[in-house]
Design a protein around this ligand. Structure first.
Ligand code: SF4
Length: 216
């Protein structure tokens, strides 16, 4: 039941959301450049009048001093707070288009990512999903807020229950998990923050009778 209601919500969001290029599947899995985009955000601008340090090759990035990487990220409009995590990821990355056996050992990859400093559970799942194409949903604050407020699940639910909810909704609706991740974060950022702005929200017709449940 919750799965169906979430599926309906996702269909509505897909009709109205503006989630740009990412939603049209331009992200290339198996590339270090995609990993950088996922972790530090996409490049927003090129640094003026100087030779940019390329961020698309792990082997060139791995020996950069932390401060240099922070500065490079800042100059390209990316999140410089992710510099330490990127250095750890550059050391972890086996090279573009990794072998299938390496990609398919999901449990081992998850453990390795979790052990890298500066990478939380949500980001681990997003890297697995986008870069290694593992069917897993990043449980962002937005995903938990929207799910709880609509009564599709509760904060007391376990990680596996949330994964089941989103995974099954993806199967039922035919919407890939990466697109679900983008749609849910889009509604979270535009409407469903710490104080929900339900009036006029595309998901308002799907609220429980008494209005949103409060998860926090
Ligand atoms: S703002 Fe309200 S209607 Fe919109 S997703 Fe959040 S709880 Fe639902």
């Amino acid at each position: 039941m919750s799965t169906e209601r979430l599926g309906e919500a996702l269909q509505r969001l897909r009709e109205v959301a503006e989630i740009g290029e990412q939603a049209q599947n331009v992200e290339l899995p198996g590339r270090f450049s995609t990993l950088v985009d996922v972790v530090a955000g996409p490049e927003k601008f090129k640094p003026d009048g100087e030779e940019a340090i390329p961020l698309d090759r792990a082997e060139e990035l791995v020996d950069l001093p932390l401060e240099v990487l922070q500065e490079t990220l800042k100059k390209t409009g990316r999140d410089s707070r992710r510099a330490a995590a990127l250095l750890g990821l550059a050391a972890w990355w086996p090279g573009d288009d990794p072998e299938e056996a390496w990609r398919d050992d999901h449990q081992r990859r998850r453990e390795e990512l979790t052990a890298i400093r500066g990478i939380g559970h949500e980001l681990v799942d997003r890297i697995l999903l986008v870069v290694l194409e593992v069917p897993t949903m990043p449980l962002s604050r937005s995903a938990l807020r929207v799910g709880c407020r609509h009564g599709w699940s509760g904060l007391e639910s376990e990680y596996d229950e949330w994964q089941h909810l989103f995974g099954h909704s993806s199967e039922v609706s035919g919407i890939p998990l990466r697109q679900i991740d983008l749609l849910i974060n889009w509604i979270g950022q535009s409407r469903c923050g710490p104080r929900p702005k339900c009036e006029g929200c595309p998901l308002e017709p799907l609220l429980p009778d008494g209005g949103p449940y409060e998860p926090e």
